[in-house]
Write a protein that binds this ligand. Structure first.
Ligand code: DX5
Ligand code: ZN
Length: 216
């Protein structure tokens, strides 16, 4: 499937979110929104009211990454609000099948995220329930961390397991001009980038550069 670039607003200026979304609107495919609850990860970011405000402020599809406990309580609400995709963490979900189905029936794409130390093989049977598999390439919680090369073999294994199912394979964490080619070569097709986009002088140009490198 064609390369998708999803800039993470975690690295944007939270006081100017509408402008920061507009800065990548012509270049990016999706906008990645990191929801953190200070329980699943040691950081607290934003929630449903800000996602609802962003949906009104941008035409970019919102790619909501829920790093929260009890995702079953919240995930369907993000889908109902109008998020394009809602991704829950396997490590946090007590009833992943029910939650993934609730996301889909509320009209969004369902995503399943795995931390760097979580194996992909135990989740093979869930592939028919998801539209996107997110492999974390840093420990979740913060932007600007170093890309973990140890995840590359898992990206390759995930690509093989997905086969011709039409499930997006997303990588998130430390994705930059230096690391994106390795991810693409391993089989990823959706790339989240926070610092590499919003840390650049020209975020739209940074998105274009990342895309060119992923497509090489
Ligand atoms: C980390 C978040 C990422 C983060 C990526 O827990 O899930 O989406 O924003 O930021 P960079 O690209 O700077 O690593
Ligand atoms: Zn994320």
């Amino acid at each position: 499937m064609a390369v998708q670039i999803s800039p993470s607003i975690l690295s944007a200026d939270f006081a100017r979110l509408a402008d920061e979304a507009a800065a990548v609107a012509g270049a990016a495919d999706w906008l990645h929104v990191d929801v953190m609850d200070n329980h699943f990860v040691p950081n607290l970011t934003l929630g449903l009211p800000i996602v609802e405000a962003l949906l009104k402020a941008t035409s970019l599809p919102l790619d909501c990454h829920l790093m929260i406990e009890q995702p079953e309580r919240w995930a369907p609400q993000y889908a109902e609000a109008g998020a394009e995709s809602v991704t829950i963490h396997a490590e946090a979900a007590r009833a992943p099948v029910r939650t993934l189905r609730a996301i889909r029936s509320a009209g969004a794409r369902a995503g399943l995220a795995l931390n760097p130390a979580t194996g992909v093989e135990p989740y093979e049977d869930l592939l028919p329930e998801i539209d996107m598999l997110l492999l974390m390439t840093v420990e979740p919680g913060f932007g600007g961390q170093r890309f973990l090369d140890i995840v590359l073999p898992k990206i390759r294994r995930a690509r093989r397991l997905i086969g011709d199912r039409g499930v997006w394979l997303q990588v998130d964490g430390g994705v930059s001009a230096e690391t994106i080619e390795r991810c693409a070569e391993a089989g990823a097709d959706v790339f989240v980038a926070g610092n590499a986009v919003y840390g650049a002088d020209d975020p739209a140009q940074a998105v274009q550069n990342l895309r060119a490198q992923a497509e090489r």
